[in-house]
Ligand binder design. Structure first.
Ligand SMILES: [Zn+2]
Length: 390
């Protein structure tokens, strides 16, 4: 039930943000954003770029934007006078950031999706802008399967599914479109919370129940090495690393983290003849990568590493080149006004202001509680020390 409530709240939040950003329009967005932040640049994050497809559940929709949206994002960045730069230029741009200098933006694509080659690259090459692809080498080699897509495909293909969890076996009815979506959302939650190797076992079990060929699915969705050679040869394309198995690094011991961070670079060098200088943490949220991972990425020699924590770049990010925030371009927000708002960094400003407000309210509440506690303590001390009582 709490999951349903959380999803309802999330859907309502998406709708509210969508309508308010639409109402603002470009002019309003620019006016609000102007002078309200000290951001010097941003790193935009994409996953899939593909035309709308039918016969899908909406559970992965946030990860997917259309080629037209990508085109609008690049055009909006140019219209708002950003310099679109490669990740190689980000440390220097942060070091030299100053008031009055043009802002910069870097375009990044996680996982090595096949549609980056098919649908994103033509847009990027047409605009003549640089971009970075963070490759999960296990996807490129075809021996790691993306569990979030397996859940969706399994729910679509099967009429029921079971999954083993630490709390026992769970059964899901996937006989109707509504039940498929509900089950897929619940299964994504279960697999998200699971640690390896259980998640890999759950993924394989779901695929087996639904008759899915995991290797074929990975080949359908992610570039193989031949395709990576092709895209890496395009003007402006840089290849970065995104681990071998798309593991949640914070779950692993230090030796395994070093292997996940370091080994893909050797594989990319061998397969593509390219030195990967930039890294992206899988999942990238707080709890999935922390200070230990940021330090290890620096130790491994990466020039930058990016998280999925939302934020624009400020001068202070020069001190955290292996924990850089990004601006996600989300499939739920693809209309022009929303894109202009994202490019302005407005949602990040609003989020920061909301966090500050909530923080102030929490501090206020804490202060209030402290005052009440103090008053109660003083009162009790007064009673205890009351001269009338002694
Ligand atoms: Zn990823």
């Amino acid at each position: 039930m709490s999951q349903l409530l959380h999803r309802a709240a999330s859907t309502a939040r998406i709708a509210a943000i969508r309508s308010s950003l639409s109402l603002l329009g470009l002019r309003g967005v620019r006016q609000l954003a102007r002078g309200s932040m000290d951001h010097v640049g941003m790193i935009l994050m994409f996953h899939h770029v593909a035309p709308p497809r039918s016969g899908r559940l909406s559970i992965n929709r946030g990860l997917e934007v259309t080629p037209e949206t990508l085109d609008r994002v690049v055009s909006s960045l140019m219209a708002q006078d950003y310099d679109i730069v490669p990740m190689d230029a980000v440390p220097e741009r942060l070091a030299q950031a100053s008031a009055g200098r043009r802002r910069f933006a870097a375009l990044t694509f996680d996982d090595g999706c096949r549609d980056t080659l098919l649908h994103a690259a033509p847009v990027l090459v047409r605009h003549g802008v640089p971009f970075t692809i963070y490759v999960t080498t296990g996807f490129a080699s075809g021996h790691v399967a993306p569990w979030w897509h397996v859940v969706e495909r399994a729910a679509l293909a099967a009429t029921s599914l079971t999954v083993e969890t630490n709390a026992g076996r769970q059964w899901f009815d996937t006989a109707s479109p509504f039940k498929k979506k509900r089950a897929a959302e619940a299964l994504q939650g279960i697999l998200w919370r699971a640690c390896e190797p259980m998640r890999a076992q759950q993924t394989a079990a779901l695929a087996a129940q639904a008759g899915l060929d995991l290797h074929a699915l990975t080949r359908e969705l992610y570039m193989d090495w031949r395709e990576l050679v092709e895209i890496a040869a395009l003007p402006g394309c840089a290849i970065g690393a995104h681990t071998e198995s798309h593991a949640r690094l914070a779950d692993l011991d230090e030796a395994a983290v070093m292997q996940e961070i370091g080994e893909p670079r050797d594989v990319i060098r061998k397969r593509l003849g390219i030195e990967a200088r930039h890294f992206s943490y899988p999942y990238g949220v707080a709890g999935a990568c922390e200070q230990r991972e940021f330090t290890l990425a620096r130790t491994a020699g990466f020039a930058t590493a990016v998280t999925t924590r939302r934020g624009v770049l400020t001068q202070t990010d020069i001190a955290g080149l292996t924990s850089l925030p990004r601006v996600p371009i989300n499939g739920h927000y693809q209309r022009q006004a929303m894109i202009d708002a994202l490019v302005c960094g407005l949602p990040m400003v609003l989020a920061a202001q909301t966090r500050a407000l909530l923080g102030a309210m929490r501090d206020g509440a804490r202060h209030q509680r402290t005052l009440q506690t103090d008053r109660a303590a003083i009162s009790s001390r007064r009673q205890f020390h009351s001269p009338e009582r002694l």
